[in-house]
Ligand binder design. Structure first.
Ligand code: ADP
Length: 758
């Protein structure tokens, strides 16, 4: 299409040729362009100025072919003329040639006629303009940043020096060209597409920010943070775009280093964009997603979600820019425990909406089907200067171990609570002497209240009566200090009101700065009462039995005499057996009576000088009269073992020990008894070659009514009273009793008693 200015034709009756030759002779460059700024005519001066021909110009974009003339100011003036359809003129300096131009833009029938005059003699006003333009140019040239003015379509109107230096290109090579087509961008298709999309968006009036890696030079890349800002005219039309690129290569390096570090951490780490999509994920999350994606899905839940939910899920993590992850693999919520999914989704969404940091725990699938591990998910938003969220940094830490420990702790806490709430056992915690905590049962037993407990008014030393001897509590305390626990012991607890309570107590200690311990108190009063009743009953029974037994014995003696008088001798063995049985029962009843007296603390002891040798002699004689199976071998003391005490009781002690020795050594035929005296004490040993006593029974055999239960022991008759009485008699005389035994070989009981002081 050739230039055909209709208006000129109608007003000036000159021929087209005349007109054209006139235009051709114009000293100033004249371009006629259509509405798309495509050149439809350029006069000779214009051709000379651009160093090209009419043919090369016509049909091409003015902005692209006339880099010497292009500037943002001119572009704005052209837009204005096109909109107002009025003659518009403008002074500006060519960014390429630095030449000042005065441009006149007049609307024509086909578009615009643009006339350029080189402007060398500025007016005062133009001078000011020049200065301002100069500053603007200086700014563009010396700015460290990359700045370009673009048409809304993305053609470069002006550009700062920095990107030109980057790419080693001249200004005129890029002016008027689409920014996407210049080497920085054209060599990276992905970045080129990104920029194209951003320009399209900015053209709609939106400020667009994005990051891109460009290659201004094949060997060199720059990471840029780009902003495309649309500039609008008064009518809200986008006039041109300002494109700024901020060099973030160094930051990116740091980021790469950081990611390298993040790849080594055991947590899942990922960075998300404000919309929730993943911008980065570390090696651990990547590996996990991959591993899990290979597993067959456990349920169809994910596939049945609405598409928006699925997108949200896919954005959660793993859609990282590691090229080998597909978005399907990244559908990570399907790895979340079914019971946690809804909650996780809701919390994720809430965080994205509110921009608040989040933290929650959830379970993720493991390799083995049906197995899950607990994770702690945390997200922190990163904000820009305008407080907008620009990124989310999310981490996910394996807390399975912690959870297990917590669960175990919880369970043990529960158990402790159950124990504490037990109405059977009183429990208290003490620090040093002070009771700092206690359950209701403990309070009920002692009569204190919780307030007193809180005020730390309860001192566990006050549970015991002040006595001259170290109390059981003090002994227990000592045991706690030494061995961290105390064997349960029976005690009388002094309650707040002074009343006494029979209890069974035990405790464990753990050392802090002060000794801390837990005490257990069991109300023993019912058992004690029962025991007392039983003791009372035994006392009564043995007392009641004693009288008829004595009478029976007398009657037997009487009978023996009368039968003797009548000359009936053959009844003798029967009477002897009767007497032997009566003696045995009498001894048993006597022991029972002693036992109840010991319990009641009423057993009486005589105080006389006793020669233990003599006592032993008597006992051996009695025993040998009754027992002929064993020979009792006695090793006497060098000096007479004189002591102060009760002769009968000491006799009873010896009788019990020797009888036991005989009883529990059925296969043997000797019993050895040794008496040795030292300066202060006499030691008496009774040694048998009998069945022996198992290790675990050695503590117990001195307890009241204790009888060994092993089958080979049960065969021996007895009531478990003998050794208890022996121990009591020894205790009364200020002595001690020990025992050594070897199974199947025999036992030795050793009694040490203090000698009489002379
Ligand atoms: P009893 O003999 O009536 O059962 P004791 O109090 O005299 O009761 O003894 C308690 C337990 O100690 C006995 O049941 C027995 O198992 C064990 N015992 C005592 N003396 C001996 C011994 N010389 N040899 C083996 N076991 C013994």
């Amino acid at each position: 299409m050739m230039f055909n200015p209709q208006s000129s034709e109608s007003s000036l009756p000159t021929s087209r040729d005349t007109l054209l030759s006139t235009l051709e002779t114009l000293p100033d460059a004249l371009f006629v362009v259509d509405d798309a700024t495509t050149i439809v005519y350029a006069n000779a001066s214009a051709q000379t100025m651009l160093g090209t021909t009419q043919e090369a110009l016509v049909g091409n974009s003015f902005w692209c072919l006339a880099p010497h003339l292009v500037s943002t100011t001119l572009y704005q003036a052209v837009l204005k003329a096109r909109q107002t359809r009025k003659l518009t003129d403008v002074d500006y300096r060519s960014p390429v040639t630095q030449t000042w131009f005065h441009a006149q833009i007049s609307p024509t029938g086909v578009g615009l006629a643009v006339l350029f005059q080189e402007n060398t003699e500025p007016t005062q006003c133009q001078d000011a303009l020049r200065q301002s333009e100069q500053r603007y140019r200086d700014l563009l040239e010396h700015s460290a940043e990359r700045v370009a003015m673009l048409t809304p379509e993305g053609l470069i109107l002006e550009i700062s020096q920095r990107p030109l230096t980057d790419a080693q290109v001249q200004l005129e090579e890029v002016i008027g060209k689409p920014l996407t087509a210049v080497p920085w961008w054209s060599s990276v298709p992905h970045a080129q597409r990104q920029l194209g999309a951003a320009i399209e968006q900015a053209r709609q009036g939106e400020t667009v920010r994005f990051e891109a890696r460009i290659y201004p030079h094949p060997e060199r890349y720059i990471d840029l943070a780009l902003t495309l800002t649309p500039q609008c005219a008064a009518n809200q039309q986008v006039e041109y775009l300002i494109c700024t690129g901020f060099d973030i290569t160094r930051y990116k390096h740091v980021e790469v280093e950081l990611r390298t570090v993040l790849d080594t951490v055991p947590q899942f780490v990922w960075i998300r964009r404000p919309d929730g999509s993943i911008a980065y994920c570390n090696r651990r999350s990547h590996d996990y997603a991959h591993e899990m994606a290979e597993q067959p899905p456990e349920d169809e839940w994910f596939q049945h979600l609405p598409p928006t939910d699925r997108l949200c899920i896919q954005g959660m993590w793993h859609t990282a820019p590691r090229t080998d992850i597909t978005s399907d693999e990244a559908a990570s919520l399907q790895f979340v425990h079914p019971e946690d999914r809804e909650r996780v989704l809701a919390l994720q969404r809430q965080a994205l909406e509110t921009g608040e940091p989040y933290e929650f725990e959830y379970r993720l699938r493991e390799r083995q089907p049906g197995a899950y591990r607990w994770f702690l998910s945390r997200g922190v938003p990163l904000r820009n200067e305008e407080r907008q969220v620009v990124q989310w940094v999310d981490t996910c830490t394996d807390i399975q171990r912690q959870k297990q420990t917590e669960d175990a702790l919880h369970q043990s806490q529960e158990r402790v609570n159950h124990l504490m709430n037990s109405s059977v056992i009183g429990i208290f915690f003490a620090e040093g002497d002070v009771v700092v905590e206690g359950n209701n049962t403990f309070l009920r037993m002692t009569g204190y209240n919780r307030d007193e407990l809180c005020r730390r008014c309860i001192n566990w030393g006050s549970f015991t009566l002040p006595t001259s001897k170290p109390s059981l509590f003090q002994q227990a305390h000592q045991e706690l200090v030494v061995q961290q626990d105390t064997t349960p012991f029976e005690a009388e607890l002094v309650c707040k009101d002074g009343s006494r309570l029979d209890v069974l107590m035990g405790g464990v200690a753990f050392h802090g700065e002060v000794l801390q311990g837990i005490g257990f108190v069991l109300d023993n009063s019912a058992r004690k009462e029962l025991e007392q009743r039983k003791d009372h009953f035994l006392g009564m029974v043995s007392h009641e039995l004693k009288t008829p037994l004595t009478s029976l014995k007398l009657q037997t003696q009487l009978l023996r005499k009368q039968l003797g008088k009548q000359g009936i001798d053959n009844a003798d063995p029967v009477l002897s057996r009767m007497e032997a049985q009566l003696n045995m029962v009498t001894r048993l009843v006597g022991e029972l009576l002693d036992l109840s007296k010991i319990q009641a603390g009423t057993l009486e002891y005589a105080q006389e000088t006793v020669n233990l040798d003599d006592v032993l002699q008597e006992v051996v004689e009695i025993v040998q009269q009754m027992q002929t199976t064993h020979t009792i071998v006695v090793h006497r003391a060098a000096s007479p073992p004189l002591l102060v005490g009760d002769k009968d009781r000491l006799e009873q002690m010896l009788l019990n020990l020797i009888s036991n020795a005989i009883k529990y050594s059925p296969g043997a035929n000797t019993i050895e008894v040794d008496i040795k005296t030292s300066e202060k004490a006499v030691t008496l040993s009774v040694h048998d070659q009998g069945i022996g006593i198992p290790q675990e029974q050695r503590e117990k055999i001195f307890e009241r009514f204790y009888r060994a239960v092993a089958p080979h022991q049960r065969a021996f008759p007895g009531l478990g009273m003998g050794l208890y009485i022996v121990a009591e008699i020894v205790k009364y005389h200020g002595g001690s009793i020990t025992m050594e035994s070897e199974m199947g070989k025999g036992s030795t009981f050793q009694v040490t008693l203090p000698l009489k002081r002379t």
